[in-house]
Design a protein around this ligand. Structure first.
Ligand code: FAD
Ligand code: UDP
Length: 407
């Protein structure tokens, strides 16, 4: 087994600080989807001089992918599958990448078998030795097991009311407790609602109209987005350091909103992950890109085999084990009412912050997929660059605006 120890070079050499201008129109904190879209739009769409700063030594944020020591393209921060129903978002990203069509499929390791998740008719037939032949049969079977809940409020309610307690315990309870560190009964219904229940045999994880992977990987796509004359890139540098060194008229912040305000009201809880990347000396490790392990006896939640996502051919294969953790980079905002209430207090500060916009999963404390973050950033840019009625200034002026995206 080999450990990943090789990182592809990033697009622009990082020169700190001598060879840069000292003044920018906009500083963008974060080179993930939120930051890269905002930077590209402000530079290419509005002619702004933009400095993008990220404390990580690479672009692409959590979507960062790179070749490992065996030249297999892996995702440093876990499997990222692009899926959306928005033509606008696909068209925008398609300026920077071609696509490899890919339909994501996931199996769950349950009762010594690997069966489709989301639960579908095949799952039920395999697990219980049934012969449910139609959607109607499967729906009737699930209805006989479901435990109706008056008000569906929590993630436990969502699943128990759809498939009953036994299937909930097999597929959801352990996985969720590992993933979030809390019981599904204490987690907002929006979390488990991400995973549907099916009565047909569709075993795709997502049903969006567009499902694909960037043909040369996410990092290459980000490199193209940021490769623009008006955009400078500063990697491996924290905002706290950069903000003193480079003057800027306005700021786009895509990091954690509580960090921006020095945790004034206390920390917003985030869930983190630790990834154990390995390469194994055989050409295939598992049947699909991701196998979930819901049992609490197993410390990781899932194993990803990257070649399924990329279509790469190699005599070896690279995989990663995903261990949820409290410590580490913030990965997931935790959807619970009290966390949302705390976020709202920070949001009020954000709305009053002059010349700063907050965009992205961490800055708006939302459990967003990549396409949603792209959509949020495009909408934010549109709002910033829209002419105000009766305003005779150029449409692109963004000084003195106080904008926070809200749905
Ligand atoms: P990020 O990608 O987190 O970027 C924020 C950047 O800001 C980071 O690079 C960070 O280093 C930088 N930063 C923060 N604070 C500072 C600071 N003070 N100074 C300098 N830099 C700073 N979405 C999908 O659509 N499909 C998937 O399959 C999918 N899988 C996922 C799997 C995992 C394990 C995780 C965690 C997320 C997944 N997502 C997926 C969600 C996806 O990662 C996010 O929607 C998206 O990456 C968010 O982009 P962002 O720019 O908001 O945040
Ligand atoms: N989930 C589960 N078992 C599974 C898959 C998902 O319990 O096999 C729950 C779990 O709480 C997870 C949530 O559903 O966090 C959302 O799943 P999704 O695959 O969307 O999570 P992500 O890809 O965002 O980590």
């Amino acid at each position: 087994m080999m450990r990943d120890d090789y990182v592809q070079p990033i697009v622009s050499p990082v020169v700190w600080p001598a060879e840069r201008p000292k003044a920018y129109d906009v500083m963008v904190v974060g080179a993930g989807f939120a930051g890269a879209v905002m930077a590209e739009r402000l530079a290419a769409g509005s002619g702004k001089r933009v400095l993008v700063v990220d404390r990580r030594p690479h672009v692409a944020g959590n979507a960062f992918d790179h070749l490992d020591a065996t030249d297999i393209l892996i995702h440093r921060y876990g499997p990222h599958i692009f899926h959306t129903n928005s033509r606008e978002i696909v068209d925008y990203l398609s300026r920077f990448t071609a696509w490899r069509p890919y339909a994501h499929r996931v199996l769950a390791s349950v009762d010594g078998m690997q069966v489709p998740i989301p639960i579908n008719r095949t799952t039920l037939n395999a697990l219980y030795g049934l012969d449910l032949a139609s959607d109607v049969d499967a729906a009737a079977y699930l209805a006989s097991r479901a435990e109706p809940v008056d008000t569906v409020r929590t993630s436990a309610d969502v699943v128990v009311s759809a498939v009953g307690r036994e299937l909930y315990e097999k597929f959801f309870r352990g996985y969720t407790r590992k993933q979030w560190g809390v019981d599904p009964s204490e987690l907002d219904k929006s979390v488990a609602s991400r995973v549907p229940t099916r009565t047909n045999t569709d075993d795709r994880y997502f049903t969006d109209s567009f499902q694909a992977m960037p043909a040369e990987g996410y990092t290459r796509m980000f490199e193209r987005m940021l490769d623009y004359p008006n955009i400078d890139l500063l990697l491996g540098v924290d905002y706290a350091e950069a903000r003193e060194a480079y003057s800027h008229d306005s700021l786009v912040f895509t990091g954690p909103i509580d960090e921006y305000f020095d945790y004034r009201f206390g920390r917003l809880p985030y869930r983190s992950l630790r990834f154990q990347h390995e390469t194994v000396d055989r050409d295939k490790f598992q049947d699909v890109a991701v196998v979930n392990y819901p049992s609490e006896d197993i410390p990781y939640t899932r194993i990803t085999e990257y070649k399924h996502l990329t279509g790469q051919v190699s005599t070896k294969t690279s995989i990663s084990y995903e261990y949820p953790s409290v410590e580490g980079d913030p990965c997931y905002p935790i959807p619970r009412p009290e966390n949302q209430a705390l976020f709202k207090r920070y949001e009020a500060l954000a709305l009053a912050e002059p010349n700063v916009v907050f965009v992205g999963r961490l800055a708006t404390y939302r459990y967003y997929n990549m396409d949603q973050v792209v959509g949020q950033a495009l909408a934010t840019y549109r709002r910033l660059s829209a002419p105000k009625s009766g305003n005779v200034r150029p449409a692109t002026v963004i000084e003195r605006k106080q904008v926070v995206y809200s749905e």
